[in-house]
Design a protein around this ligand. Structure first.
Ligand SMILES: Nc1ncnc2c1ncn2[C@@H]1O[C@H](COP(=O)(O)OP(=O)(O)O)[C@@H](O)[C@H]1O
Ligand SMILES: CC(=O)OP(=O)(O)O
Ligand SMILES: [Mg+2]
Length: 418
């Protein structure tokens, strides 16, 4: 590397990734123009606001989180303190955030300042709750580290290539004009996969790919030539697949019934996002690992755990089938996210149900968590790729804080996304 481009060794990036049930942070070394793919440190708070809320870090640290009046800001305070302690004397070059939607702003990523934060906060509903959380966090961080550049990376950017037929909702046109459209989810994760798959599978990766991001929430993305052409959710993971605590898509009659019964949208939101999904059906847990254990223990509780898992698997299988139809077939099925990367049993159930599409698993490879888990010569390559949204965010931070950066946005001219 040219010495004139070398940053002081002590420069670092802090990336903050607020999801639906977790807050993750990662610190990357900022001494090379393109940060190494492995973070120096990782921290997370899981089950935010729940009974099992815990922080953990990549150095083995972990403890329960004390209840807080505002559980999300409690999680932020915890991770910022841990991050600051880990950083020690290192200088922060930038702090990056994942934002699910660009709120009408242009581009893949942008520098956050009072003006852009105001604009994002003023973006009209509907925006997912965790968008608002990420913006609240950015205000807290700006007060704690004034002067450190802040950068937002948008999930919506990767899905800018969705065709109109995938984006539109069958509603009167005025709602389209008002910005009501299908945006897809987990764009930074799919963008990461779109960079990694060609390294592993060469030209095959440019064919018909379905990426299954199965984490606390779940969404699928169909890609052709590594571009997003089909997605399972609409505006947020509240649509599409069920999740740990979320119902996913529901028939309108069910929504009307629930709204009548519950009386207001806040109660409806709580039910749909916090009390439904695997937790609601099983009556026991949002965590598939817990349900897989419970399923084997017999009795009504085991039956409900089994029913919840069967529903989850069925929804993923149905969506893979639908997206494969849109793609005209399937060359690669890639799993990512906490469940997709680690849950052998659920992967096996999903793949067994997809045999009709040519999906096969080599049980030995799968049990050993190999990265390619289909037998050699299979019609469909089945792969596991550990996602790293924070690495995509770290690149945006480097580009937007470089002296050559375009003043506002990176990764090409933007398509306005509402
Ligand atoms: N080793 C594991 N085996 C099975 N499931 C796992 C494992 N590790 C994490 N998970 C599951 O992954 C989910 C969290 O996914 P992840 O992508 O890490 O988080 P988030 O969606 O909050 O960003 C949880 O449901 C958890 O049970
Ligand atoms: C939906 C989303 O992007 O967040 P999570 O990390 O919780 O899946
Ligand atoms: Mg996530």
């Amino acid at each position: 590397m040219d010495d004139t481009t070398r940053q002081p060794d002590s420069e670092a990036l802090l990336l903050l990734n607020a999801g639906t049930a977790s807050l993750k942070s990662a610190i990357f070394d900022a001494c090379t123009p393109l940060p190494a793919q492995r973070p120096l440190w990782r921290g997370s708070v899981t089950d935010i606001g729940g009974a099992d809320s815990r922080w953990r870090d990549s150095e083995g640290g972990s403890s329960d989180l004390a209840p807080a009046a505002d559980p999300f800001l409690g999680a932020v305070a915890c991770l910022l303190a841990r991050s600051e302690a880990w950083l020690g004397n290192r200088t922060l070059r930038a702090i990056g955030y994942r934002l699910p939607v660009a709120g009408g702003l242009d581009g893949a990523a942008l520098r956050l300042d009072d003006r852009s934060l105001d604009a994002l906060e003023a973006a009209p509903e509907p925006v997912p709750r965790y968008q608002r959380d990420a913006l609240r966090m950015a205000r807290v961080v700006a007060a704690r580290w004034p002067g450190v550049p802040q950068v937002a990376s948008f999930d919506t950017w990767f899905h800018r290539t969705l065709p109109l037929a995938e984006r539109m909702l069958p509603l009167p046109h005025r709602y389209w004009e008002a910005g009501l459209r299908r945006n897809g989810c987990h764009g930074l994760s799919f963008e990461y996969l779109a960079m990694m798959l060609p390294r592993r599978f060469g030209a095959r990766a440019r064919g018909r790919v379905i990426a299954a991001h199965l984490g606390s929430t779940a969404s699928l993305c169909g890609m052709l030539r590594l571009r997003s052409v089909a997605v399972s959710p609409g505006l947020s993971p509240a649509d599409g697949l069920m999740t740990g605590t979320g119902a996913g898509a529901l028939p309108p009659e069910a929504m009307r019934h629930l709204l009548r019964e519950l009386g207001d949208t806040a109660a409806l939101d709580r039910l749909l996002h916090e009390e439904a999904g695997l937790l609601g059906v099983s009556g026991a847990s949002a965590d598939p690992q817990v349900l897989l254990r419970r399923e084997t223990q017999g009795g009504p509780a085991a039956e409900r755990a089994g029913a919840a898992l069967a529903l989850y698997v069925r929804q993923v299988v149905r969506e893979v089938g639908a997206i494969a139809a849109v793609l005209g077939g399937l060359d690669i099925l890639v799993f990512t996210g906490g469940v997709g990367e680690h849950d052998t049993l659920l992967r096996q159930r999903i793949c067994a149900a997809l045999g009709g599409l040519g999906v096969q698993l080599d049980a030995r490879l799968d049990a050993s968590n190999a990265r390619c888990i289909s037998p050699a010569g299979s019609t469909v390559t089945v792969a596991i790729e550990a996602t790293c949204e924070e690495w995509v965010m770290s690149r945006d931070c480097m580009v937007l804080t470089s002296p050559l950066a375009h003043p506002a946005t990176v990764r090409g001219p933007g398509t306005p996304v509402a």
